[in-house]
Design a binder for this molecule. Structure first.
Ligand code: 6GU
Length: 226
């Protein structure tokens, strides 16, 4: 998979891909992440990429021309399966969206800043708008990293067996049960006896029951019980 990310602050997004699992995915050639500095497509002495909104109001708007030029140049080089604008107005990211994007070959992410991007960029190029939750970030960059992480970890060969995405919270719409490692007792807190029993069927039943209990308590919406 190849992901092209357009931003005025690409440096904000470098470190997530330079450590641990995402780094290994890139080194193995399973994922390619390319950053594009939007200012490289702006014209004039000040390399302006934003301007005041028509109709007035606070905040600046990212101009259509630099974004259109940048996106058009990238589009001339390959076919994109999705061109995604990261915005609080988008569909809220969930595991189903991550799963569906993980089977694509070429994705483009557009990071907005200020009040957002000129509507005509959306009309001309954007195929999908994604938000990462109901709160406001200073820009789309951190959201782009979250989205890229959620997708890249699903690519075949990225996770090993024990990290397997199939046992994740949310993959089956249940939160994860409690987990423990050594020692058996710490500050008077004991590991549940069933986990020490060696009875695998009983252990699986306990884990499932705990997952349902915790999901019902914290996220009844996932069980359709809200
Ligand atoms: Cl994608 N962008 C910004 N700026 N804020 C957000 C977001 C995206 N998702 C949640 N908050």
């Amino acid at each position: 998979m190849r992901i092209d990310i357009i931003s005025v602050l690409p440096e904000l997004m470098e470190s997530p891909f330079q450590a641990s699992i995402l780094k290994r995915a890139v080194q193995k050639g399973l994922a390619e992440v390319h950053f594009h500095q939007l200012r490289d497509w702006s014209t004039g002495k000040y390399r302006q990429i934003d301007d005041e909104p028509y109709g007035g109001g606070a905040g600046m708007v990212m101009m259509v021309e630099p974004l259109d030029k940048c996106i058009s140049e990238l589009k001339s080089q390959r076919n994109y399966d999705e061109i995604i604008y990261l915005t609080p107005e988008g569909e809220t990211l969930n595991q189903k969206i991550a799963n569906s994007l993980s089977i694509k070959n070429n994705l483009m992410f557009i990071c907005g800043h200020y009040k957002g991007i000129d509507q005509r960029v959306r009309d001309l190029h954007v195929s999908k708008e994604i938000s990462i939750g109901d709160y406001v970030l200073t820009g789309g960059e951190l959201a782009a990293c979250v989205l890229a992480d959620s997708v890249i970890r699903l690519l075949p060969g990225v996770l090993n067996d024990e990290q397997s995405a199939l046992t994740d919270s949310f993959q089956d719409d249940l939160l994860s049960p409690p987990i423990y490692t050594r020692p058996e007792e710490y500050k008077g807190l004991k590991v549940p006896q069933v986990l020490l029993s060696g009875n695998f069927a009983k252990i699986e039943q306990w884990r499932h029951d705990e997952a349902v209990r915790i999901t019902r308590e914290r996220r009844p919406d996932l069980l359709g019980e809200d």
